[in-house]
Design a protein around this ligand. Structure first.
Ligand SMILES: [Zn+2]
Length: 529
């Protein structure tokens, strides 16, 4: 047998959760051709691992890298972590399908995902082909269709139920996108326009997802006071639509709700006992990150971005917004959950000097009311302003990350502006360092399973996510003693340590922790079932 690449003397953690074993790997035509003893021969590219861990490349189950490849074809922040596949289109927003009539609305909600957004596509298939026109990508790409994107295409930002015709139109756009290769549909039920939709609408659409063998991913309606009800809603959707469910970035936010993780996980376990396929993903941090404008109630978003900016300028509406945020608890109220010192400005084009500072700090510096600080920023920056919000408790994060049905997703993105959440650079190494090595909450083999075969199973990828003969050679080689996330809130762009080689479809993209300049990643399409 001839090989293009040989990985010698590795401790193989194969992604099944089984204990490591020692073997060589022979790679040919991008696939794992042999696991066992492989002789070095002339003409073979050889990686000598000296007993380092050799694992399947990590699958980032929750990414927002939908447009990043147009800025950075390598998708470097992910690649440096050992990620070889990213799953995009999450939280209800994907760049396709597009309706030219409402494209401006879609653009305003998705523009934070890229510095230069070109929308030279209409259908989901067009969009995938545009990605392919880039040539090979740094990581493989898998995508979901955003429910928000479907809704914007059919009914703009209108805060009402769809008519029967409109629902049918959404269903047919969704079906077409699934035929084009999308892996399922995602919702963002706190964001407009997802927050305007009722459960029944999502069930109807998820039936289409089910028909095509895809899955339903959800940023739930509420992750704080109504987190249990929101999990129940996700489960109901899965049950009635007969669709597998993935709960995105599973968490519980706001101090009064801390400690609910065991109960949340029990709900998922019980659903599974009943035969409903529910799993989840999570990132290993106590802070999240999203639009700063998410601190405003859903009604503030009804008129789109332009209106939003106007609302934030007008003193009368400011007073109304303030009262709503201070008094009402029956919505995803970030200000209440994080408080002003827990809300950090991650990006503000109009006020770069605010980046990295909390709203409380800025208010003190400027001798201004914190509400006025954020209203001023949103009035200038609209949906471009980003925040990092400290809303979680370490104990809950530990319980969730350690649970066997929970996989790993970064939810991270760096478009090169501001001070983004460090999860974009640190998620996977952080799980290995903190949860495996320091806290001993899960074994190395279990952590790798959560990062590889578990997401591959959800995506129905038949030949990725394991070190197995015949599978694509998506491989990461790392030093389990040195592996470490270096990215922190103050310095979010630091590369992790200990990730030595990253191989995508047999192409060595990272060698000794540095880019080789070669790319092997592809656009993946849902296997038809
Ligand atoms: Zn989300």
């Amino acid at each position: 047998m001839e090989f293009d690449l040989v990985i010698k003397n590795g401790r193989i953690v194969d992604g099944t959760g089984n204990p490591w074993f020692r073997a060589d790997i022979g790679i040919s035509n991008g696939r794992i051709a042999k696991i066992g003893q492989v002789e070095e021969r002339q003409g073979y590219e050889v990686i000598n691992t000296d007993g380092l861990i050799v694992a399947p490349g990590f699958i980032d189950m929750h990414a927002h890298d939908d447009l990043i490849f147009f800025d950075d074809p390598f998708n470097k922040p992910k690649l440096y972590q050992g990620v070889t596949t990213v799953v995009c289109g999450n939280c209800g927003i994907s760049p396709a399908p597009v309706n030219r009539r409402t494209l401006d609305i879609l653009k305003s909600y998705i523009s934070i995902l890229s510095k230069k957004v070109g929308f030279e596509w209409i259908t989901y298939g067009d969009y995938l082909r545009k990605l392919e026109d880039m040539g090979s990508l740094g990581t493989n790409f898998a995508g979901l269709v955003g429910h928000g994107t479907l809704r914007i295409a059919v009914m703009g930002m209108e805060a009402r139920d769809p008519s029967r015709e409109e629902l049918e139109e959404m269903k047919s756009l969704l079906a077409k996108s699934l035929e084009d290769g999308a892996f399922g549909m995602s919702t963002g039920l706190i964001y407009p326009p997802g927050c305007y939709s009722k459960t029944e609408e999502i069930i109807e659409l998820s039936k289409v997802v089910s028909k095509y063998g895809g899955y339903y991913a959800t940023h739930m309606r509420n992750e704080s006071y109504a987190v249990l009800e929101s999990i129940a809603e996700a489960i109901r959707i899965g049950k009635e639509a007969r669709a597998p469910v993935e709960i995105s970035h599973l968490k519980v936010t706001g101090k009064p709700n801390w400690g609910k993780a065991p109960e949340m996980l029990r709900l998922i376990e019980r659903a599974r006992e009943e035969g409903i396929d529910v799993t989840a993903d999570a990132y290993p941090y106590t802070a999240g990150s999203t639009y700063l404008a998410s601190i405003l109630p859903p009604w503030a978003h009804e008129g789109g971005e332009k209106k939003l900016k106007e609302i934030c300028k007008d003193p009368k509406t400011r007073a109304k917004l303030r009262e709503f945020i201070e008094k009402r608890d029956d919505w995803e109220n970030f200000v209440k959950q994080a408080s002003w010192d827990g809300i950090i400005i991650a990006y503000s084009p109009s006020h770069p000097d605010f980046e990295g500072k909390s709203v409380a700090e800025i208010a003190k510096l400027l001798r201004k009311d914190p509400f006025d600080v954020v209203f001023d920023i949103i009035a200038e920056d609209g949906l471009k302003a980003m925040m990092i919000e400290f809303v979680m408790n370490e104990n809950d994060v530990e319980r969730i990350i350690s649970h066997p049905y929970v996989m790993i997703g970064t939810d991270g993105l760096d478009v090169g502006v501001g001070k983004p959440h460090p999860r974009a650079y640190g998620t996977f190494p952080r799980v290995l360092k903190v949860f495996v090595k320091e806290k001993g909450l899960i074994t190395l083999e279990e952590a790798i399973r959560k990062m590889t075969s578990l997401p591959a199973q959800k995506l129905k990828l038949q030949d990725r996510g394991l070190i197995k003969e015949g599978f694509w050679a998506d491989i990461v080689v790392f030093n389990p003693k040195l592996v470490s996330d270096e990215a922190a809130y103050k310095e979010p762009r630091r590369k992790p340590k200990g990730i030595k080689y990253v191989i995508v479809n047999g192409v060595v993209e990272i060698e000794d922790g540095e880019l080789t300049g070669k790319r092997g990643g592809r656009v993946l399409r849902r296997a038809s079932s």
